[in-house]
Design a protein around this ligand. Structure first.
Ligand SMILES: O=C(O)C[C@@H](Cc1ccccc1)[C@H](O)SCc1ccccc1
Ligand SMILES: [Zn+2]
Length: 166
């Protein structure tokens, strides 16, 4: 189980680098990321959240861990400009849920854990999760879409929690 960085940890703002070659080490990291995500529990996890600054996302939207997905060096294209609001949470901002507007229909191009390129069209929760995880790889968090007032309230509450546990 890997440690998940929590807001406002500045390391969450790091921009992830592309993966040059998918090695056994990459596959071991992906395995550890799935274990960490399922344990949290969550339906998505970006390498940035476990302080590894490579463009790697793991996801599983199923109820029974039956649909693990891996996205390496992902690129997202907007397929139509409509936005949809959805309540989002984040394993790096535990306990807070707020509505965020995301693009409704996207296409993602990525590489899988075998190093093979693939393409996927997504709408609904999958599209939202892909955009949420892509933001992590670009050092962005869902709290960045909220008002400064809300974001500061969340930051203060989490900082207080971190002081207690520190
Ligand atoms: O990246 C993360 O922190 C995991 C996120 C992924 C996510 C956020 C918003 C909407 C969809 C996915 C979540 O914390 S995983 C927890 C969760 C589970 C079911 C539905 C929404 C969020
Ligand atoms: Zn998140």
């Amino acid at each position: 189980i890997l440690n998940i960085l929590e807001y406002p940890d500045p390391r969450l703002r790091t921009i992830a680098k592309p993966v040059d070659e998918v090695t056994d080490e990459t596959r071991k990291l992906i395995e550890d990321m799935f274990e960490t995500m399922y344990d949290a529990p969550g339906i998505g996890l970006a390498a940035t959240q476990v302080n590894v600054h490579q463009q790697i996302i793991v996801m599983d939207l199923s109820e029974d861990k039956s649909e693990p997905r891996v996205f390496i060096n992902p690129k997202v294209e907007v397929l139509d400009g409509d936005y949809q609001p959805m309540q989002e949470g984040c394993l790096s901002v535990p306990g807070f849920y707020e509505d965020v507007d995301r693009i409704e229909h996207v296409r993602i191009n990525a590489i899988n854990e075998k190093g093979e390129a693939f393409e996927l069209e997504a709408t609904g929760l999958l599209a939202v999760c892909i955009q949420h995880e892509m933001d992590h790889l670009n050092g962005k968090l869902f709290v960045d879409y909220l008002s400064a007032l809300k974001r500061n309230r969340i930051r203060k509450k989490l900082e207080k929690l971190h002081k207690k546990s520190a």
